[in-house]
Design a protein around this ligand. Structure first.
Ligand SMILES: [Zn+2]
Length: 250
């Protein structure tokens, strides 16, 4: 009798343990509003990149909390300077499942426009290289792009997953065109310091060009920021859903 009771308690305990371990933990998403404090990032048309990306990132965090069963953290929630390597440290300490660094672009040409999605790799073109140099301004050291270092970096940086995420994001962002005249959405690669250290799929998104008068006007509108954030959150939800499915299929 007693033995049967102990056996059933043991069974109960192991089955609840099994349940707990088979339930996937809620994913951890880190949103990284670029720059902050002494580092304003790009500046044009009375707009500072650090302010714009913080406002957008907060809206994105809200959308994600509504759409995805995930824990969402910002690397900064006010106007403070955080070194690039510290941003990765925050992501890794939280054991990130996804890291998204949010930036805004600038160009000498007032015509330059569009959303750009970057994952870590050799720069796609000269413009991407220049952009990465600008965004890496506060990096503690220069990135060495020699073959050996680069291949190690890419191996550690979950490049395939990041590329997949950027594809899903690009497809989702096309929905913005139903309401707004967003002319270009591109997926590119470059050596961004902030993407090197995060141990999870990571992207750097340039939300648009502050130097383009039409684009900066749109980017500053709270309604556009909200719609943009919802679209990005949809893409993240789709990416995470696909990931859970492929884990289930294993
Ligand atoms: Zn930036």
């Amino acid at each position: 009798m007693e033995r049967a009771l102990i056996a059933s308690i043991f069974l109960l305990a192991t089955s609840s343990l099994l349940c707990a371990s088979s339930r996937p933990p809620s994913p951890i998403i880190i949103i990284d509003p670029g720059h902050g404090g002494k580092d304003p990032g790009a500046r044009a048309h009375h707009t500072k990149e650090k302010d714009l990306v913080l406002s957008f990132s907060k809206k994105l965090a809200q959308s994600l909390k509504k759409k995805v069963k995930a824990q969402v953290f910002l690397t900064r929630s006010n106007d403070v300077f955080i070194p690039l390597e510290k941003r990765d440290e925050i992501a890794n300490q939280r054991q990130c499942d996804l890291f998204l660094s949010v930036h805004a672009n600038a160009s000498k040409s007032r015509q330059a426009q569009g959303i750009e999605l970057y994952y870590l790799n050799r720069a796609t073109d000269r413009a991407s290289e220049k952009l990465a140099n600008r965004e890496n301004e506060y990096a503690p050291q220069k990135l060495d792009s020699s073959e050996k270092i680069l291949s190690d970096l890419l191996q550690a940086a979950a490049t395939e997953e990041s590329a997949e995420l950027s594809g899903i994001m690009k497809a989702s962002l096309k929905n913005l065109r139903k309401k707004y005249s967003v002319k270009k959405i591109e997926t590119k690669t470059a050596l961004f310091y902030v993407l090197v250290g995060a141990k999870c799929p990571s992207l750097l998104m340039e939300v648009g060009f502050l130097t383009n008068p039409e684009e900066v006007r749109r980017l500053k509108r709270p309604k556009f920021q909200k719609d943009f954030a919802e679209t990005v959150a949809d893409a993240i939800a789709r990416y995470l859903e696909g990931r859970t499915k492929s884990h289930r299929d294993l």
